[in-house]
Each structure stands twice: as structure tokens, then as C-alpha cells.
Design a protein around this ligand. Structure first.
Ligand SMILES: [Zn+2]
Length: 330
């Protein structure tokens, strides 16, 4: 039995809230944002060493950023060296350890497993996971599906008996609880007895089945994300202009510089109509971008909530946002 690494210790999880914007479900994990402390990992491996995915819950109800910050902190106790590749909550996904890094998730499946933490308590009832925490599960499923595709892991749930029969090289998806109960090297029972693993597996199947988006749909989604970026740049520019900052220097990204200039003109516009027709068109385009982004997010939220498609009375932009989000979630 491999003894690589130690175990993720659920007993300490300080609440360090770090506000981050809500992101679309496929937003890339913050690989550079929360790298785990080297003392919480156990070296590296190759793709051929990876056999399984282990699903966890943090056993604390702190934001993913808090768990990420905890994994960044130097271990204070030799028993307290845990980590995971990813942590998800309703709003975002934190990357702490590279896929080819060995996280201290749960022995003996550290070397063989990819570990994902979900914000949540072991005693959460099924309705809570399927209700208020649905997005956490979707986010988890999205990343597990990606792993299954990338590392050729079958979408097959490994029960305790499967792990006992096949050992640490068993191929599939399991939970920390099953690893504890099969190998006896841990006592943790996350993600909890009422965790809807059946629904998670359906979600994983759906995400892995595929990319059913056409090229045109992908282009629409890319445009929605570009809109979002333009809007963020515009807001950053507006905030700077309101604060009376000086114009961004040459090193600032072009989009932010444009946002700043637009915002500047806009603020001045209140007193004196100095905008040229071209500038007015730019401002109108920035506001349309913002609207498209809002429509897209509204659509995403509705699709996640499982609402039925918008009826004929819904504004076109919202209908498009809803359809994009639905395709994307599927
Ligand atoms: Zn766990």
C-alpha cells in the first residue's frame, strides 16, 4: 500500500473571507492565486500515476477562498498538512495543487487520486446540497468530468467493496468516506451520509458527455465573456476616474485604459456636452456590453436554478443569455 503523503485535516479551517467576483461555471481555477504551501504536498507524479477522483466536503462552512488560504499557510503541526487539488463553493473554484502534484487528501489515495473539496458540512441534508448548494455540486461535477476526460478515469462510482477488491489502483470516482472505510487509514466520513452522490454522478456524466455546443454557440459564449471583461474594465476605469486618479500609464492594459478614458468622458459629460458622436457611440457600446453581461448572468442563474425557458414576453437578450447558459451547463 502506498504511503505517499498524509491526510487532509478537517479540524482547523480559519475563516479568512477574501471577496471575489462570481464567475461563470467554467472559469479557470486560480492556479496562481492560491498555491498550497510545499509542506502540504507530497511531490509530483505523472499522468500515468493517476487512477481516481476523491470527492470531499470541507466539514466547515467557510468560503473556498478560506480553505485556499488555509492550504497556503505553513503547517503548524506535523499531523496538519492536508491539501487538495481544488476547492469549490457556490461561486468559484480555487486551485491549490497542480493535477500532477500530489495533494495530501486521504491516504492511501494521495498518489493515485485527484482530490476536490466542496464547501459544506457532513451533516448537510440532501435537500440543502440540491437546493442552496446546487451550484457547488455543479462546479464540482464540472471539474471532475474534466479530470475523467483528461486522465481517462471511468465515470464509475467506487463503493467500499470495490476499493477493497481492487486496492489503491481502482479506477473511478469515490468519496473520502469510502476510502476511510475501505483502507482504515482515516476516520473522516465526508462528504456525509446524505450527500447526493447519485446526482453528482449524473452531473459528471452530463458534463463529460460533452461538448454539445456548436461553433456558433461557442462564439456566442466567447462574446459573452468578452462583454463581461469589457464591462469589468469599464468599471475599473470608472472607479479610478471617480477617485480622481491620474490616467493609467503606458504599462496599463489597453482595455483598462479605454475604460478609464470612457469613464472620464462620461463623468465630464454631466457638466458639458463635449462628447463627439464617436465617443457617444463608444459609451453606448460599453453600456450595451454591461447589459449583455447582466443578461448572460441572469440567464446562467435561471438555468442553474432549473427554471423553464423564458416565455415569449422575455427580452431577447435575456432569452439568449438563458440559452447560452443552458447549453453551457449541459
Ligand atoms: Zn475529506
Amino acid at each position: 500500500m502506498s504511503k505517499v503523503g498524509a491526510e487532509r485535516d478537517h479540524s482547523f479551517n480559519p475563516d479568512i473571507p477574501v471577496p471575489r467576483p462570481i464567475e461563470p461555471l467554467d472559469a479557470p481555477p486560480h492556479l496562481d492565486f492560491f498555491p498550497a504551501h510545499p509542506g502540504r504536498t507530497a511531490g509530483t507524479r505523472t499522468a500515468a500515476d493517476i487512477f481516481s477522483v476523491v470527492v470531499h466536503a470541507t466539514a466547515a462552512d467557510n468560503p473556498a477562498t478560506s480553505t485556499g488560504a488555509f492550504f497556503q499557510s505553513p503547517p503548524e503541526d506535523p499531523k496538519d498538512v492536508g491539501s487538495a487539488q481544488l476547492t469549490v463553493d457556490n461561486d468559484l473554484c480555487i486551485r491549490s495543487v497542480a493535477d500532477l502534484g500530489i495533494a495530501n487528501g486521504v491516504p492511501p489515495l494521495n498518489q493515485e487520486g485527484l482530490h476536490i473539496e466542496q464547501r459544506g458540512l457532513g451533516e448537510f441534508p440532501r435537500e440543502k446540497w440540491l437546493g442552496e448548494r446546487r451550484n457547488t455540486m455543479l462546479r464540482c461535477a464540472f471539474h471532475v468530468a474534466k479530470w475523467c476526460t483528461t486522465f481517462d478515469i471511468p465515470i464509475r462510482f467506487l463503493e467500499v467493496a470495490d476499493l477493497e477488491a481492487e486496492g489503491e489502483k481502482a479506477r473511478g470516482i469515490t468519496t473520502h468516506a469510502n476510502v476511510s472505510n475501505a483502507f482504515g487509514e482515516s476516520t473522516h466520513q465526508d462528504p456525509g451520509p446524505d450527500y447526493p452522490i447519485d446526482v453528482l454522478l449524473e452531473d459528471i456524466e452530463r458534463f463529460a458527455r460533452g461538448d454539445e455546443m456548436t461553433d456558433e454557440e461557442k462564439a456566442q459564449l466567447a462574446e459573452a465573456l468578452r462583454s463581461a471583461q469589457r464591462f469589468e474594465d469599464y468599471l475599473k476605469g470608472e472607479n479610478s476616474a471617480i477617485a480622481g486618479d491620474s490616467p493609467p500609464d503606458q504599462a496599463a492594459p489597453d482595455a483598462f485604459k479605454r475604460g478609464f478614458q470612457n469613464a472620464h468622458r462620461f463623468l465630464r459629460f454631466a457638466e458639458e456636452d463635449e462628447m463627439t458622436d464617436e465617443e457617444k457611440a463608444q459609451l453606448a457600446e460599453a453600456l450595451r456590453s454591461a447589459q449583455r453581461f447582466e443578461d448572460y448572468l441572469k440567464g446562467e442563474n435561471s438555468a442553474i436554478a432549473g427554471d423553464s425557458p423564458p416565455d415569449q414576453a422575455a427580452p431577447d437578450a435575456f432569452k439568449r443569455g438563458f440559452q447560452n447558459a443552458q447549453r453551457f451547463l449541459r
